[in-house]
Design a protein around this ligand. Sequence first.
Ligand code: CTP
Length: 252
Amino acid sequence: MARQTRIIELPQVLAGVRLLVTAGPTHEYIDDVRFIGNPSTGRMGLELARIAQKMGATVTCVCGPTHITPPPAVRLIPVVSAEDMLAAVDERFADCDVFVATAAVSDYRPEARQQGKLKKKQDTMELKLVRNPDVLQQMGQRRKPNQKIVGFSLEVDNALDYARGKLEKKNCDVMVVTTPAHFGESREAVRIINAQGVIAEVPPSSKTELAERICLMLADLLAGKLPALISCFADKAKPAGNGAASSAGGDK
Ligand code: CTP
């Protein structure tokens, strides 16, 4: 897909910021020629990396297998599996100011990778899978007070409730919530939440526009001034008089 040519100057709001991003899918090999994967292209994470760099950040992107050409001024660390991704992030996390996890990490991997090519035998075969490490959750556990963490959450139903649960479990500051409503389209709508509620509702936008929006939000997050709540979670609702409380609730 041709990238939109935009000639506007981006504000240098991330100057001096060290950003670590995960992007793309992971591939979990069954044998030497087959793997479990998913259709993530890595486009969101790589676009975020590109825009953040243009806004002044020093960006490292740990990226699973992708066909997309990485942005030239971004340090790209290619990885294959979830375990590789964890190792690469683990090594660099202490040196980042902001960690953004956009990767579609495979939650499971085959218990053992077979050497060579598995030959077919019976009509059915069982494959034992074991849980992969959760990269975002592990970084959430070891974050320092001055580090900021942003996760992405793709959900079909009850998107806000599930995303909020992940935000808490993985100790993130902010979660970007996506739904498959615009699957297959190049434009995507997202909501951005913090622990209190929804702070942004972004209408269907291109990946470039989304990346710009998210990078501006990162600058706000680092400055400690996220936008006011659009709606707060029901149990965080304040007594009448607070506009946010009246529109509080779970997913819309
Ligand atoms: N994530 C991660 N490592 C994993 C799984 C997820 O770093 N092993 C990160 C993703 O990059 C994303 C966030 O966690 O930022 C949420 O991922 P998502 O796939 O939406 O949810 P899961 O936590 O995997 O939960 P579930 O699959 O049960 O919905």
